[in-house]
Write a protein that binds this ligand. Structure first.
Ligand code: GDP
Length: 436
């Protein structure tokens, strides 16, 4: 499925940069060059390797509350406003920001972690943002995805304004991928992310939260895991949206239909992705059976099909037990989609149906779509599973509870089912900085 990617803030910029690199590495050309990054501080742009320079848009550079470089002395506010980017200073600030400790806003470049300032910058610079968004060719893509760290002032503040703007001008769906802060990050980030989720769910056609807490695997500070987490995100997003975007190398009756991804996500709400890979058996009997089937000499025997079915069943079971982009109770999903990527000779129709049946059984939904991505030369089979509109998500409940404890919401306003909440970009702002 063709997808335009728009990174916002540091996290958004880095993740989109990684996604564009993964697109080239895998030959799954799903963006067609429809890529943009917006930021209020330039340092994350200095790190990019795959987003073309002309696709990187610095906003807020004349806004009075935007800091481009960090004062050597935090009291020296005279040097905290825009006056050119000092790479060393901003890099140092980036590092101090990355550990999630609650630094004062004057120590952070950009909007200082304040989503209200982020939303104000985006509103002020809307003409510039609109000009940049015009470079996205909507006729070339089936949807657009805005990628941001929801605990960030730029990601949450600017990101929600951009999602709102895209919804106003695009007919195709607008998805959001939002990174949730780790539990070791500041209250302020938790508050911002809790509000960000509540704003985005009603605004976007589907939201893919990615849980930094689950994916940091206990490593502290979380920024030491950014690269690994961004790789995991890229593998899953490219595995999902990029499936079927490689030049067809072999026919398949079951080939994934990009419209099925869109159909699965039509239920809105929160989406999560799981993915696991197995190496295809290489013992001599397995190889021989494969070879015979490839040569069309095997009577496509029950034996071969049973083996494939058992492999696929095990694989799908592994996905269900493995780490999801957003850990959740999969029985709370409304719709699911299974993509099997691998050599057609190793994925029989029976294997395929077995995988789909298992998913139906385990999720309790009958709305399971499925398709394959034929990769004739692969020595592995990968199952990618999309769970749409999951509603039992302990991590988001935790974030909302943390926000409530800090006085941000009334208890009745909390809960995962943000689709019922009204909200608007302005809701993102206003998180009080309660400190840690
Ligand atoms: P912004 O630039 O103001 O939007 O703020 P950041 O993007 O720096 O941070 C917002 C949130 O995103 C925080 O919770 C960070 O921990 C997280 N974050 C920042 N960079 C990355 C990254 O490269 N990968 C991941 N997974 N999370 C990130």
């Amino acid at each position: 499925m063709k997808l335009a990617l728009i990174g916002v803030g540091d996290a958004g910029t880095r993740i989109v940069d990684r996604l564009v690199a993964a697109e080239a590495e895998t030959g799954r050309w799903f963006t067609e060059g429809n890529v943009l990054a917006f930021n209020t501080a330039a340092h994350a742009f200095d790190e990019t390797e795959s987003i073309p320079d002309e696709r990187q848009v610095l906003i807020g550079d004349t806004h009075p509350d935007v800091t481009q470089r960090v004062a050597a002395d935090a009291d020296d506010t005279s040097s905290t406003h825009v006056d050119g980017v000092d790479a060393d200073d901003t890099e140092a600030a980036s590092d101090s920001d990355r550990d999630g400790s609650d630094k004062s806003s004057t120590e952070r470049p950009g909007v200082g972690g304040d989503p209200e300032v982020g939303a104000d910058v985006a509103t002020t610079d809307l003409p510039e943002i609109r000009r940049a968004l015009d470079s996205i060719d909507e006729t070339e893509v089936a949807a657009t995805m805005v990628v941001a760290g929801l605990g960030g002032g730029t990601g949450a503040g600017v990101g929600s304004v951009i999602v709102e703007e895209l919804q106003a001008v695009h007919e195709s769906p607008v998805y959001a991928l939002g990174v949730l802060p780790a539990s070791t990050e500041s209250d302020r980030r938790a508050l911002t992310a809790a509000r960000g989720i509540r704003t985005l769910v009603p605004l976007a056609d589907a939201v893919f939260p990615v849980d930094n807490e689950a994916w940091r695997h206990g490593v502290e500070p979380v920024d030491e895991r950014y690269d690994a987490i961004n790789d995991a995100i890229a593998t899953r997003i490219v595995g999902l949206f990029g499936a079927g975007e490689r030049a067809p190398t072999s026919p398949s009756e079951m080939r994934i239909d990009p419209a099925d991804i869109r159909r699965t996500l039509e239920v809105g709400g929160l989406a999560s992705i799981g993915r696991e890979t197995v190496t295809i058996e290489t013992d001599s009997s397995g190889l021989m059976a494969r070879l015979l089937r490839l040569l069309g000499l095997a009577d496509d025997t029950r034996g071969g099909q049973e083996t494939d079915a058992a492999t696929v069943k095990r694989l799908v079971q592994q996905v269900l037990n493995a780490e999801l982009t957003l850990p959740c109770d999969i029985t709370s999903t409304d719709r699911a989609l299974l993509i099997l990527s691998g050599p057609p000779s190793a994925i029989s129709r029976k294997g395929f149906e077995t995988g789909r049946y298992l998913l139906e059984e385990e999720t309790g939904t009958v709305e399971v779509l499925a398709g394959d991505e034929p990769l004739p030369d692969a020595s592995t089979i990968t199952a990618t599973v999309l769970f749409a509109n999951v509603t039992t998500v302990p991590r988001i409940d935790e974030l909302q509870a943390r926000a409530t404890a800090a006085g941000a919401f009334e208890p009745s306003e909390t809960g995962t089912d943000g689709a019922e909440d009204t909200g608007g970009a302005e809701d993102t702002g206003g998180a009080e900085d309660t400190g840690d």
